[in-house]
Design a protein around this ligand. Structure first.
Ligand code: SF4
Length: 171
């Protein structure tokens, strides 16, 4: 124990990366200001996994930790699609999840947005064509933004959310 505390006192901040902190600070500042303008200060997101490996969800979990702290910017992950402005859709949209994703979308207040997360929904990632996979495009719903990566790291997700709010587009 004494050895541990000695080491901690000698190297108090071993993960500090000033460059990364500054970039993240700027992104978060801009994100907070655009959420205030476009969503009256509060953007509610319903996360839907449509057959993912769970790594995308693990990266999203990190967004709530004290370092990224998205709640402070006005972004909330909600438990019901009825409370959501946007759906963050991960996974390949498997046959079994297809109707559940559609159901969740139709319960969202309109206009609802879909943001696809990771390479899976657009079938660009690890799990490509398979008899049990349909992909997000088969839903025939407007996709407002896509966040690439397998999985995208938290900073990329935050950047993606900023791009979505600044310039939502259907494709
Ligand atoms: S995009 Fe990659 S990390 Fe995300 S669910 Fe698919 S395989 Fe997993």
């Amino acid at each position: 124990m004494i050895k541990f505390w000695k080491k901690r006192l000698q190297n108090p901040i071993s993960t500090k990366n000033l460059e990364f902190n500054d970039e993240l600070k700027e992104i978060k500042k801009e994100l907070k200001s655009v959420i205030a303008k476009r969503f009256a200060g509060s953007l509610a997101i319903r996360m839907v996994s449509s057959g993912s490996c769970n790594a995308c969800e693990a990266e999203c979990n990190a967004l709530s930790n004290p370092y990224y702290d998205l709640e402070r910017l006005g972004i909330h992950f909600v438990a019901s699609p009825r409370h959501a402005d946007a759906m963050l859709l991960s996974g390949v949209v498997s046959i079994n999840m297809y109707h559940h994703v559609l159901d969740a979308y139709h319960q969202m207040p309109q206009p609802a947005h879909i943001i696809t997360l990771g390479d899976c929904p657009l079938l660009e990632g690890t799990f490509k064509q398979n008899f049990a996979i349909k992909g997000a495009k088969s839903l025939n719903l407007p996709i407002s933004h896509h966040i690439q990566g397998c999985p995208p790291e938290p900073k990329e997700i935050i950047k993606g959310l900023l791009e979505f709010i600044k310039n939502p587009k259907d494709f």
